[in-house]
Design a binder for this molecule. Structure first.
Ligand SMILES: NC(=O)c1ccc[n+]([C@@H]2O[C@H](COP(=O)([O-])OP(=O)(O)OC[C@H]3O[C@@H](n4cnc5c(N)ncnc54)[C@H](OP(=O)(O)O)[C@@H]3O)[C@@H](O)[C@H]2O)c1
Length: 313
């Protein structure tokens, strides 16, 4: 019998790549490595099987340690887990891509990455400084490489077994169309900010049409104001179906066909975010039609500068 709880185990087969992406995902943008490690272990224990990482988060070792400890305990195996990690802006030059990919694998202590994603479409000055700035404090971009050239380098990683799929993040629909038009291997996933206050229906339609999975980051709006969990439409549905507002927003994300990446360092929230159940159709309609608030919380899509990561890091 299919129950309403089955959606928490939804797996989305990848059209452009091997494997399937668990729709319920856990993001690892957590500043403290010890807290990261504990959060990842807890997330694995409560049922998350999809983890989003990045060299820019500077905590891949902590994620790797957590996964190794859980794998060693025996109940969960590497192949049960889908791991995404991301190429940072300072490594867009094709000759830097393989080394950045291998370094992420080494830090995460995994032989293969399920999906390797270009973190933003903006190339920064190549080098070890992740946030290169000029004397006026302005970001130093790199005009010596195009997104298509970086994409070609990612295509070159696929096929040897170490990289199962590739994707893009923080792209507009126009940038995505550009890559789809010229790619040998199309993006398996596109990771963008999307939630009830930024539904991105146009991007979602394009992705559906081209077999690309949308990974929704900030599905709870990064807990910023105006808070999605306080939205009157969401809270009324939550009350009606005896779930929390966060569970309503996350179930909506899965039911409309995206995967989500939520992050929490609070045990109760990690468990709550996994324990989603399907929404009735009228609730799906109300979220689509009755919410008029429109907010983008993260400006990374316009600059390549990550809005939720403190600048000094
Ligand atoms: N591609 C990109 O440029 C990009 C940018 C940003 C993020 N990401 C990815 O997306 C992931 C998620 O982003 P996000 O942190 O913005 O996600 P989010 O889940 O929208 O926001 C996380 C915030 O919501 C709170 N929260 C979590 N569960 C809650 C619940 N059940 N009830 C109430 N509050 C709750 C958390 O606080 P507590 O810790 O107290 O629970 C935390 O402050 C990141 O970790 C990263 O992997 C990618």
């Amino acid at each position: 019998m299919i129950t309403r709880d089955a959606i928490r185990y939804t797996r989305i087969p990848l059209t452009h790549g091997s494997g399937a992406l668990p729709a319920v995902g856990f993001g690892t943008l957590i500043p403290d490595p010890l807290v990261t490690k504990q959060a990842v272990k807890t997330a694995l224990e409560v049922g998350f099987r999809h983890f989003d990482c990045a060299e820019r988060y500077r905590n891949e070792e902590a994620v790797g340690d957590a996964m190794q400890e859980v794998f060693k305990a025996g109940a969960i195996k590497r192949e049960d887990v889908f791991v995404t990690t991301k190429l940072w802006n300072t490594n867009h030059r094709p000759e830097r891509v393989r080394a950045a990919f291998d370094a992420s694998r080494r830090r995460l202590r995994i032989d293969y990455v399920d999906c390797y994603v270009i973190h933003t479409p903006f190339a920064f000055r190549p080098g070890d400084e992740q946030d290169p700035r000029d004397e006026h404090g302005q970001v130093v971009y790199d005009s010596g490489v195009t997104l298509v050239e970086t994409w070609r380098a990612l295509e070159g990683l696929v096929g040897g077994g170490q990289c199962k799929s590739i994707g893009l993040a923080d792209v507009t629909l126009e940038r995505l169309q550009e890559i789809v038009a010229v790619s040998r291997i199309k993006p398996a996933v596109v990771q963008v900010e999307t939630h009830p206050y930024l539904p991105e229906w146009g991007l979602l339609d394009f992705c559906r049409e081209h077999g690309i999975v949308v990974q929704a980051f900030a599905p709870l709006g990064h807990a910023l104001e105006p808070k999605i969990v306080d939205d009157p439409v969401i809270t009324a549905i939550a009350k009606r179906i005896a779930k929390t507002p966060a569970q309503v927003a996350l179930a909506w994300a899965v039911q409309r066909g995206t995967a989500f990446l939520t992050t929490s360092t609070t045990l109760g929230h990690i468990q709550e975010n996994f324990e989603i159940s399907a929404l009735p159709e009228d609730a799906m309609r109300e979220i689509r039609d009755d919410i008029t608030t429109s907010v983008r919380f993260n400006s990374v899509v316009g600059t390549g500068v990550p809005g939720f990561i403190p600048r000094s890091r």
